[in-house]
Ligand binder design. Structure first.
Ligand SMILES: Cc1cc2nc3c(=O)[nH]c(=O)nc-3n(C[C@H](O)[C@H](O)[C@H](O)COP(=O)(O)OP(=O)(O)OC[C@H]3O[C@@H](n4cnc5c(N)ncnc54)[C@H](O)[C@@H]3O)c2cc1C
Length: 565
């Protein structure tokens, strides 16, 4: 496939990442742009906010997603405008020309013009939102432990969630569990604390079958969440201390969590392109923007109508649209016509808290533990990064078994995104998004690889003698065993040096070191081999560290602050 076309993708969310992978795999020049250096797994943000997960467990470096595709590059920049006629994207890092453009910029909170909502309520659509909310919740709880004036105490311990969709339900369940953990030693405060979920419809989770809504409401009620349903009790105003409802009631609280919907985040002036409700860009059935055959809008930013049904804006839609838009661009490059997008509905799922979830797919309806397990399985499967999956699974298991979570505050400051100085000329080169390797893993890895290469080379030179040693121990196929050992040590050692497939290299070496330690340097059978035996155990330990922490290029610093959060 011709490599001369430049495809620019704005947004490294679910849809943008998928599109960039398909195009890069086909050998197309892809430039993926995002304001952050990481991809955020949005569905798990509420668990960061409620202290179950750490922020770094739900993000993944964008540069690493594309590392195997030389034609794909990543630019960390904010896109401010697009000139569809001149085919230029304006970013804070300069102007970028494109042949094809994919807009995949997702959504932002929709405050429905409720006065004070954008200023005083707390949405949960980005990592920064989740971290701020968590910090706020922990601060409220800590202050409540010291507060003496009853009104202030009540205000600190009242948590209002606006919106009874999946996110509102998930936060309500997670928050009640957080309070249970943090106020375990303060029964009076626990009794006084209130989680109020305001829903302006007559049931929760309106997109789910009614039986699952009823189950959800019952389960939240059992967790102590107060549910308030009423169209007359919509939120009228939010202030730093009060939520005011349309029927005149007020709730004193310093915490209003806004989960009452999202709207498109189009990043460009949309006066010349058709838009629909929630500011979404109307696209044709092929996902192209009308009048601009080389521009696609996908994911939450797009208004996609299929057989009279408007897609809701969930991750499976974004993933499938990313793939479809990329395939359509490949078709256009080949001189073929783009094809209409077909959506395969994967169903809906929501989690209500520990051991309870709901899933609905056609006739299949799961609730309780089966729904919960299904939800966990789906999210673990789609979460990018092996280490993230392991860590998240570990956190879930601990939470489930111990019924408590290790909630630690995240130390400020949290730098907001700062614009780069604007480049006066169009940029010519872009970064691949990775920071230089960290020195300590690098030194450790070099040390380990030296030992393995040295060991492999010495085995090559003493091949006959080592072969004889294996044969003396009565082991089968001594030559083959020795050869396999040498090959694994060479491959593993080289992979550690190059940083390529580091973890696989480390795992290969562990796989060979364990039998080697037990058989070649069998300390129990031959005590004279103590040093070699202990050395091998040390190496296995060191390699386990490498395979866990991954000493490959490290592109995220998740220490005390977050890159551009
Ligand atoms: C709290 C919450 C929970 C959710 N839970 C679920 C769930 O459980 N299951 C499910 O299926 N769906 C869920 N969704 C919906 C799902 O997350 C979205 O449908 C999906 O993320 C949309 O993918 P996207 O690629 O369109 O956008 P996103 O994944 O939002 O990615 C957009 C990207 O564009 C970047 N960007 C935005 N503006 C700019 C700019 N100007 N310049 C550069 N970069 C920019 C952003 O940094 C971001 O990386 C949830 C949504 C929310 C808000």
């Amino acid at each position: 496939m011709s490599g001369s076309h430049q495809v620019v993708i704005v947004g490294a969310g679910f849809s943008g990442i998928t599109a960039s992978r398909v195009l890069a795999r086909a050998g197309i020049n892809v430039l993926l742009i995002d304001r952050n250096s990481y991809h955020t797994f949005i569905p798990l943000l509420y668990q960061v906010a409620t202290g179950l997960l750490q922020p770094q467990q739900v993000i993944y470096p964008v540069g690493r997603v594309l590392k195997n595709y030389p034609q794909a590059r990543f630019l960390q920049a904010e896109v401010n405008d697009i000139d569809f006629e001149r085919q230029i994207a304006y970013t804070n890092a300069g102007e970028i020309d494109y042949d094809f453009l994919i807009l995949a910029t997702g959504s932002q909170p929709q405050f429905s013009e409720v006065p004070g909502a954008s200023e005083h309520s707390k949405p949960v659509v980005s990592l920064s939102d989740a971290v701020k909310l968590r910090q706020h919740l922990l601060t409220c709880i800590e202050q409540a432990k010291q507060e003496l004036i009853p009104e202030q105490l009540q205000s600190l311990l009242t948590f209002v969630i606006v919106g009874g969709g999946p996110t509102g339900v998930e936060i309500a369940g997670g928050l009640s569990e957080l309070l249970q953990t943090l106020l375990a030693d303060y029964p009076k405060l626990r009794q006084q604390s209130e989680v109020i979920l305001l829903q302006s419809r007559d049931r929760l989770l309106v997109n789910f079958p009614e039986i699952l809504s009823t189950y959800t409401a019952r389960h939240l009620h059992r967790k102590g969440v107060k549910l308030q349903f009423s169209t007359r009790r919509r939120v009228k105003r939010v202030t730093p201390e009060v939520v005011e409802l349309e029927d005149g009631t007020t709730i004193s609280t310093v915490t209003t969590i806004w989960t009452a919907g999202v709207e498109a985040n189009p990043v460009t002036d949309t006066t010349d392109i058709p838009t629909a409700r929630k500011g979404k860009i109307v696209v044709q059935s092929t996902l192209q923007i009308p009048n601009y055959a080389n521009v696609y809008a996908i994911g939450d930013v797009a208004y996609v109508k299929l057989r009279d049904e408007v897609l809701a804006g969930v991750a499976p839609e974004a993933l499938q649209q990313g793939e479809a838009a990329a395939h359509n661009i490949l078709k256009q490059i080949r001189g073929e016509s783009p094809q209409p997008f077909q959506y395969i509905d994967k169903g809906k799922a929501a989690i209500i808290g520990r051991n309870a979830g709901v899933v609905s797919k056609d006739e299949l309806q799961l609730k309780g533990i089966s729904g919960w397990l299904m939800w966990l399985g789906i999210h673990l499967y789609y979460l990018p990064g092996g280490r993230n999956r392991l860590n998240v699974a570990y956190s879930w298991i601990c939470d489930c078994l111990l019924h408590s979570r290790f909630v630690k505050p995240i130390t400020p400051p949290y730098p907001e995104f700062k614009s780069f100085p604007s480049a006066s000329k169009p940029i010519l080169t872009v970064s691949r998004g990775s920071k230089p390797m960290k020195y300590i893993p690098l030194i450790g890895r070099s040390f380990l690889s030296t030992i393995f290469l040295y060991s492999a080379i010495s085995k090559i030179f003493s091949f006959a003698a080592t072969q004889q040693m294996i044969a003396d121990r009565g082991l089968p196929f001594p030559a083959l065993m020795l050869l396999g050992n040498i090959i694994f040590q060479l491959v593993g050692g080289i992979s550690l040096i190059l940083g390529y497939k580091t973890r696989i290299g480390a795992c290969l070496l562990i796989a060979f070191l364990i039998p080697t330690t037990l058989v070649f340097h069998n300390f129990l059978a031959d005590p004279t081999e103590t040093t070699a035996f202990l050395k091998n155990l040390g190496l296995i330990g060191a390699l386990l560290m490498v395979s866990y922490f991954g000493a490959g290029p490290v592109s995220l610093d998740t220490g005390n602050h977050f890159d551009q959060v």
